[in-house]
Design a protein around this ligand. Structure first.
Ligand SMILES: [Fe+2]
Length: 390
């Protein structure tokens, strides 16, 4: 058989005279990074805003119901995923990380699996009351959750300090529903840990080709799960973008960092996804604590947990792989938010993610609007699997 001769058509690139450009990477100011990308006017989320908005301070924890019949497998998975059991009762398990949150994942032990919503910490009790009113729901005092009580310094009418006002420390919670029926929880009064538990992985000294600060010292590691610091974000697949966008951005201080659109048959841009951060004015917050994206089926897409660095994330990846769990996608680096991601299925089919190195934004960071497509998902990775987009 005749050997195939090398292609010499005019279309073929001449590698000698037209070499590929080497990959590159650098940290650039957000405004520069978004040069040439459409910026969305804040009118998009402020014009119909209720006054004042219910003030969210952070994403606190996720809530899931998981089947009792598969609880041992789920617990084993979450421990291999890097969580710790903080408290266990007959009806529930609270899982924590090593950050200041008492817990980051509440697991109700039930019959069928069910997504019970993300939980937002609100600034004041009044904010919690307003959330309850918005959803026509009742505030409940958490009695079983982890978290000690604390004394607050309040003054009585005679201006005397009253030390006797001890809160439960577990906080009060209200669950309401968004326009598409997803549960949304709000918590106030939960006492955080005084300080993070010591992280198991220390900051490494890294040598690159020119800068070599590590001299006479070696990198040494202990394989194991990637210990989780905190809950970072979660997301939903939804049907009605405008309905959901209006509800989340007008009632709460959730502001899009990035939005994605698709063109309709007339060429108009139709928004289909938003990545939202907790607006704290000049203070910086994670690029997204929440996202929603239009899809055929409505469901929770994934919840995402921060780990320490690239080595701990990779060791966590191979730990999960060796245990035979089901990977979804990763590792890779997202474009929007810049996180290095790693997605896995839990034993009951909920998707969870490890991430590191996310962007931070504030009120001065422009909101971008780009065409939705695979290229908006990752800078580098294996091709996105279809199961991720369902
Ligand atoms: Fe994510």
């Amino acid at each position: 058989m005749e050997a195939k001769s090398p292609t010499t058509t005019q279309d073929a690139p001449d590698r000698m005279h037209d070499p590929p450009t080497a990959n590159s990477g650098k940290t650039v100011p957000a405004v520069q990074a978004m040069k040439g990308i459409e910026h969305v006017s804040p009118d998009r989320w402020t014009s119909a805003a209720s006054t004042p908005k219910i003030r969210i301070t952070k994403l606190s924890h996720m809530r899931y119901r998981q089947p009792a019949s598969n609880m041992d497998n789920l617990v084993t998975f979450l421990l291999d995923f890097g969580m710790e059991i903080v408290k266990r009762t007959e009806n529930a398990i609270w899982f924590g990380g090593y950050g200041i949150d008492q817990y980051i994942y509440y697991c109700e032990i039930g019959q069928e699996k069910e997504f019970l919503g993300g939980t937002w910490e609100v600034k004041t009790f009044e904010d919690l009351e307003r959330a309850a009113k918005l959803g026509n729901s009742n505030i409940v005092e958490l009695k079983d959750a982890p978290g000690g009580g604390r004394y607050s310094l309040i003054r009585n009418e005679d201006n005397q300090i009253n030390f006797a006002n001890k809160s439960s420390g577990q906080g009060k919670l209200v669950t309401i529903h968004d326009p598409e029926g997803f549960p949304v929880n709000f918590i106030h009064g939960a006492t955080p840990r005084a300080r993070p538990i010591k992280q198991p992985t220390e900051a490494l000294q890294v040598n690159d080709e020119f800068s070599k600060p590590r001299k006479g010292a070696f990198q040494r590691f202990q394989p194991g799960p990637a210990a989780i610091h905190k809950l970072g974000h979660f997301g939903l697949t939804i049907h009605d973008f405008e309905l959901q966008f209006r509800w989340y951005t007008t009632n709460f201080n959730l502001v899009p960092s990035d939005m994605l659109y698709v063109p309709d048959t007339d060429g108009n841009k139709v928004d289909v996804a938003a990545f939202l951060h907790v607006d704290k004015g000049k203070a910086y917050s994670d690029h997204h604590s929440f996202f929603f994206s239009v899809a055929k089926d409505k469901h929770v897409h994934h919840s995402s947990y921060e780990v320490h660095d690239y080595d701990s994330q990779n060791m966590g990846h191979y730990w999960l792989k060796e245990k035979g769990y089901n990977p979804v996608w990763g590792l890779g680096r997202h474009k929007l938010g810049s996180q290095i991601f790693d997605y896995w299925w839990d034993p009951n089919g909920f998707m969870v993610e490890h991430y590191i190195d996310g962007d931070l934004v504030n009120e001065d960071t422009p909101t971008g609007r780009q065409l939705a497509g695979d290229e908006s998902l990752a800078v580098w990775s294996e091709p996105v699997p279809s199961t991720f987009l369902d």
